[in-house]
Each structure stands twice: as structure tokens, then as C-alpha cells.
Design a protein around this ligand. Sequence first.
Ligand code: PLP
Length: 398
Amino acid sequence: ALNSHPSGRHFLQIPGPSTVPDRILRAMDYPTIDHRGPEFQQLGKSVLAGIRKIFRTESHVVIYPASGTGAWEAALVNTLSPGDTVLMCETGHFASLWKRMAERLGLVVEFIPGDWRHGADPAAIEAKLAADPQHRYKAVCVVHNETSTGVTSRIADVRKAIDRAKHPALFMVDTISGLASADYRHDEWGVDVTVSGSQKGLMLPPGLSFNAISAKALEASKNAKLPRAYWEWNEMIASNASGYFPSTPATNLLYGLHEAIAMLHEEGLDNVFARHKRHGEATRAAVRAWGLEVLCLEPAEYSPVLTAVVMPEGHSADAFRKIVLANFNMSLGQGLGKVAGKVFRIGHLGDFNDLTLMGTLAGVEMGLGLSGVPHRKGGVLAAMEHLAATAPAAPASE
Ligand code: PLP
């Protein structure tokens, strides 16, 4: 029988929540303070300024005590009115959930169909917008890193497509699982509302989510008629101006956020992105060596955050994941929506290094063997060889 208490540290290799590093756990392990007092004001000012740098924006970023779903809602209700039409792209499960939410809120969604193996198609978006001289579309909504598929949409190219069509629609992007693992630039890419969450690249527990807001989006909020109360940006922004929040903030998560921002800057955001990209490459080298298929079909859209692996026909990805959990105390991501049971997902986001990757891939390779999934050996070796060939220069010694 397997141990009831598995020894060794749990490998949380789902694509979020990601492992919370000890440094962040320690940073949160302090008494909760008066959120209207002077000590909080310093913390508030610091995290509100610091988080802008992570989104690469000079604009407002509001922080909600909510999961990512709440920040999706905030983006829509602050900018749109009942009956407005929005253009969305079926990149996978999360894009489908955002669409369902928009419809529940009384918006009309035009959904560009997708095969869950490609990102949002800039040409298809451009064609839709070019055929809309009346400006019926009030917003274009794209999921940057589709966590259900391991496909990253090319946000800069979507921006260019909107510009080529000379269309005034707002551009809203969900980078809930992309932020702080995959390159992201709110200002440079001309995004109007960026939605994100705490439990992925920011290495925090779940419970915080974000809207980065362009001047154009803030302007649109003045005339937006969807009902909103808790999500109201203007109340948040007014209170944030002095470092406070209109209602009780998630103080201890903000301690963690303060530490996470410091850690990301110590490493350097570009180094963080390069680290994840390299781990994605090594993961795909392993998958190919096993003779399995990566769900993402477009190399320019491979996610640096996670890799979704297609199970061979006749084998259940969920049965495989169960065996991996029981034997190795490792959680892999389950297939969601249309790909339930057909894929498993390897998270390589957040606080993650070469050895975390090798442990993860060893668990996958051993699990494939134990569950009788046809594959070749050598994935772990292929990944190790990729890591050796691409090892970053060692930091200069004293
Ligand atoms: N969007 C994406 C891309 C996600 O990965 C997730 C969660 O995994 C969500 C939205 C929903 O966020 P939450 O579960 O924090 O509400």
C-alpha cells in the first residue's frame, strides 16, 4: 500500500497555482495590520507602483481580492454596456469561459472558432474588424496564454491587426497565466485592459487579481452602462491614489506580492522570461523523445508557461495523472473542456529551475512506464541535453 503521508516535497506541476517559494511564504507570515493605518499606506503605495513594472505599464493597475475570474468580470463591466458586441477567439477552455461570462453579463459575443491547437489568428481578427465599418465591435478579447492548451497568442500581432483595420474597439487581454513567466508589455502592445492573477507567474497563493487599465479604457468606463459596484475602477483608483483600498484588501497576500515583485526584479524580468522559454524548449524535447505529441501546433505560439501533451489514442490522461500522483506525489494538470482526458499539462511556470524540471520530467517518464502508455525512453535525457547545451553563463565568481 502507498504511504498515507507521502514523504518528500509535493511537486505541484499544474499550470497554476504554482509552487509558492519559501521566501514568499515567510513574507506573508506576519500579523495583519490596520489597512487604514500609516504602515499599510507604505505597503499599498509600494505594491501599486511595483506591479506596474511587472505589467510594463505606466497606467493604473488595480488589485482585487478575487480570483482571476473576478478580474475578467471587472474588465467587462467597467468598459461595456448591455447589448454591446465583443469579438472573442476560441483558443481553448479559458477563452470559452470568458465568452460564457460575457454572455451572462448581457453582451453579444462573436466567437472566432479555433481548434484549441493555435492561438488567436491576427488575420481573422483583422478581417472581422475590416468588415465592421459601423464599429459594432466594442472590444476584442484575447487570452494571451491559454492555460488549457499551452498555446500563447501573439498579442503584439493582434494589436497590429486592429491598427491595420483602423478599428476603435478596446483591446482586452487575459494574461492570468502568462504574467511574470511569459514576456508581456501592456503599454508597448497597446492593450487597453490586461487581466491577471496572483497564483501563476507571480508565485503567490490564489486570491489576488489585477486589471491594468489604459487611458482609453478609463475614458470608456465613463459611458459604460453594465451594472457594477464592487468592481468599480474609479473607486479603486481614487483610494489607491493615497495607497489605500476602498474595502478591506488581502493584506497578507500584498506582503507576498511585495516580496514577489522584489524577487522578479532581482532576477530581471527578461531573465525570468528566458528561463521559462528554455524550460519550455527542454520540456518539448522530452515530449518528442518519448514519441508523444505537443498539443500546440505552431512553434511561434509554444507556451513558456506550460506544455500540454496529447495522450496516445486509447489511453486516459487522467488515469496516467492518478498514477503519477499516487507514486511520485506530483500533480500534473488535467485536460479541461474539449480535451478532458485526452491531454495532460506540465506546468513550468513561476518559481522553477533546471532541477525542478528534471524532477518533473522524470516523474512523467516513470509514470508513462507504470501506466503502460506506449512511448520511447530518453525524454529525460533529451531535456537534460537541451539544458546543458543552453545553460546560461554562470554568474561571475568573487
Ligand atoms: N484565464 C486563464 C488563462 C486561466 O488560466 C485561469 C485559471 O486558471 C482563469 C482565467 C480563471 O482564473 P481563476 O481560476 O483564478 O478565477
